[in-house]
Design a protein. Structure first.
Lengths: 288, 357
């Protein structure tokens, strides 16, 4: 019995980790600046490629993953400075600009690196409970997802940067008037978002085939999580991921991955009819 | 009725504009007499996509709804045509298949649009929900390679694509070559004129009013949601028309016509052309398709990089669109010079820069 229960938890944890890791970066950028970064998938791809490259030259996997996330974050800061910065007052145009960037990056990678490179293989290690065996790495991913949530909570709720960031999120003009350097806060937030996307790519790099278009595998999950989460991402993203992971897990188990994804999409479409502002709007109302 | 051809919502009016229109149309009509059949076929191919661009122009430029889902409806209708044409047999029934395929796209747009518009989701979310639906459809069709995925005798075939449907036909004769070209030209003229009349009618004015300020339109007593849904269904139906025509043109469709990067293409055409005007979209999309096809022959990646670059350049340098901007500048220069009146030019450029949505 406990084996079945653990199996259920394991499946839930797997989907939950995927949703949180792929959505965290997008959610931070959206929550802070109201910008949806359409090149999100390309930052994920960046993290994955850097990881594989560094492992090839002999670095241990965990170090490579950390460096990959940092690289993606730095690239993010550059992209913010060159492109995204100009569009904070025109969110729809920022969508188009980052989409253009995403096209350029994926197609250039296809030209330069070619369609696929050899992966590095999932770290081995499994354990058995009752009749089932489980991969340890999947649980590591779940732990990382939880760590990302805790880390974001600490950064945004317990640090000086977090206070300034939340002030900027609520009312950028006022924050600026009170002396917060909103430009720098935006740049750092975009960097954090890109870094989290890179981390997602780094963590999933060992588990999948690396192709320049791999970002597309993650964007649907990240979009729907952010849509269900709603405007207040600090509050909404985690419950949204729990909710979607439940649906996905139930459907995956009985009908397979693709039906799981379709079911998740239908759930999202129903939710926006009932709760157009996402789960966070309910939570905010309850909190008052 | 004819009064609706010219109006506040569409650029170009009077005899100058319409004689240019007739000259271009006449040139398009005699073109097959001077070109070989390969080029005529290619031209028909460009024209296929124009409907999708005009649909997006209606939704985004006039309705203020940025849909990333044009290829979603393109795919539904494209696959719909394939399945119907295979199941209903060839001959004249293919025309019924085309019509039904477009209706399928409209029904899908009605359902998706109902949930999004009645839910009241805003600009950015509208885009990413439609894009999510598009990508999920592409993933779904991508994994239908097995023989169990079939509708009647029509195999979906996963990434290899569906094939084996008949092209459009009347009786026993296929509509192909220059006949197909003339059908396309006729359809474009009908759709273009139809949209012009729609936009300059009372309905079109309300659609634009909703884009400008939904609250104000609502206060004036219009049910904003109904007009938005109407716009979304018409725009998506035009994407569906493109899809069905595409499948019929090549007797072939794959999921790659739906997913990324295909989904970005209509956005690039319309943004580059100038989303706020039908004529600019028509001209610009055609030019871009022509350029894209020419470069694709050498390298598809290069063509797509160019499209991405154009999108980036458009939003950074000319958010209202290059074709529209240049067109307006030329017209203003010309008329301004004739009247010796530069104020109009200044006022118009100022308006161009200021109205950002």
């Amino acid at each position: 019995m406990s084996a079945e229960l653990f199996s259920l938890f394991y499946q839930f944890a797997d989907v939950f980790a995927f949703l949180i890791l792929s959505a965290a970066g997008l959610a931070i950028v959206f929550g802070m600046m109201g910008v949806i970064n359409m090149a999100h998938g390309e930052f994920i791809m960046c993290g994955a490629y850097v990881t594989v490259g560094l492992v090839r030259i002999g670095l241990p996997l965990a170090v490579a993953q950390g460096l990959a996330a940092v690289t993606a974050g730095l690239v993010g800061v550059v992209v913010e400075f060159l492109i995204v910065r100009r569009f904070y007052k025109r969110p729809l145009d920022s969508l188009l600009a980052t989409w253009g960037l995403s096209l350029i990056v994926t197609q250039s990678m296809l030209l330069i690196v070619g369609s696929s490179i050899t992966g590095i293989g999932t770290p081995e290690g499994s354990f058995a409970i009752g009749p089932y065996t489980f991969s340890t790495y999947r649980l590591v991913l779940f732990a990382c997802a939880v760590a990302v949530l805790v880390g974001l909570y600490i950064v945004f709720m317990k640090t000086r940067f977090g206070v300034l960031a939340r002030a900027t999120m609520q009312n950028a003009e006022m924050a600026r008037a009170l002396g917060a350097r909103t430009g720098r806060i935006y740049a750092i937030s975009f960097g954090i978002g890109a870094g989290l996307a890179g981390l997602c790519g780094a963590l999933y790099a060992p588990t999948m085939t690396l192709i320049p278009t791999m970002g597309a595998t993650f964007v649907v999950e990240s979009f729907v999580t952010v849509v269900v989460g709603g405007a207040n991402v600090l509050l909404g993203t985690a419950p949204a991921a729990v909710f979607l992971a439940m649906i996905r897990m139930a459907l995956n188990a009985s009908y397979g991955q693709i039906i799981g994804q379709i079911g998740m999409l239908f759930a999202v479409i129903l939710i926006i009819r009932v709760l157009p502002e996402g789960l966070s709007s309910v939570l905010v109302r309850r909190g008052r | 009725m004819l009064k609706l051809l010219d109006g506040a919502q569409t650029l170009g009016k009077g005899w100058t504009f319409w004689s240019c229109f007739l000259i271009v149309l006449a040139a398009a009509l005699i073109y097959p007499a001077f070109a070989d059949s390969y080029d005529v076929g290619n031209f028909s191919y460009f024209l296929i996509w124009i409907f999708m661009a005009l649909g997006l122009c209606l939704m985004w430029g006039y309705g203020g709804m940025l849909s990333f889902g044009q290829t979603f409806f393109f795919g539904i209708s494209g696959y719909g045509y394939g399945v119907l044409a295979i199941n209903m047999g060839g001959g004249s029934t293919t025309i019924a298949a085309l019509a039904l395929a477009v209706v399928m796209a409209m029904i899908a747009a009605g359902i998706l649009g109902y949930f999004m518009i009645w839910g009241g989701i805003n600009g950015i979310f509208f885009g990413i929900v439609t894009l999510s639906a598009t990508l999920v459809l592409a993933f779904f069709l991508g994994q239908t390679a097995g023989p169990e995925w079939h509708i009647g005798p029509a195999r979906l075939n996963g990434f290899n694509g569906m094939k084996g449907m008949d092209p459009l036909a009347v009786g026993d004769t296929y509509i192909e070559g220059s006949a197909l070209y003339y059908v396309m030209v006729a359809l474009i003229v009908v759709v273009y004129i139809g949209l012009r009349m729609l936009l300059n009618s009372r309905i079109g004015n309300v659609i634009v009013a909703v884009r400008e300020n939904p609250q104000r339109a609502e206060m004036l007593g219009y049910d904003v949601r109904k007009y938005q849904l109407l716009t979304f269904v018409i725009g998506s139906a035009l994407a569906g028309l493109s899809g069905a025509l595409y499948t019929s043109w090549g007797q072939f469709i794959t999921p790659s016509s739906i997913g990324l990067p295909a989904a970005a293409m209509p956005i690039v055409w319309v943004a580059f052309s100038g989303r706020s005007d039908l004529t600019a979209t028509l001209v610009g999309s055609f030019l871009l398709l022509f350029a894209f096809q020419t470069i694709t022959v050498y390298s598809q990646q290069m063509a797509l990089i160019l499209m991405g670059g154009l999108l980036l350049a458009t939003v950074m340098l000319a958010p209202q669109g290059f074709v529209l901007g240049i067109g307006k500048l030329v017209v203003d220069r010309w008329t301004g010079h004739r009247r010796g009146d530069t104020n109009a030019v200044m006022a118009d450029t100022a308006r161009l820069q200021s109205d950002e949505t």
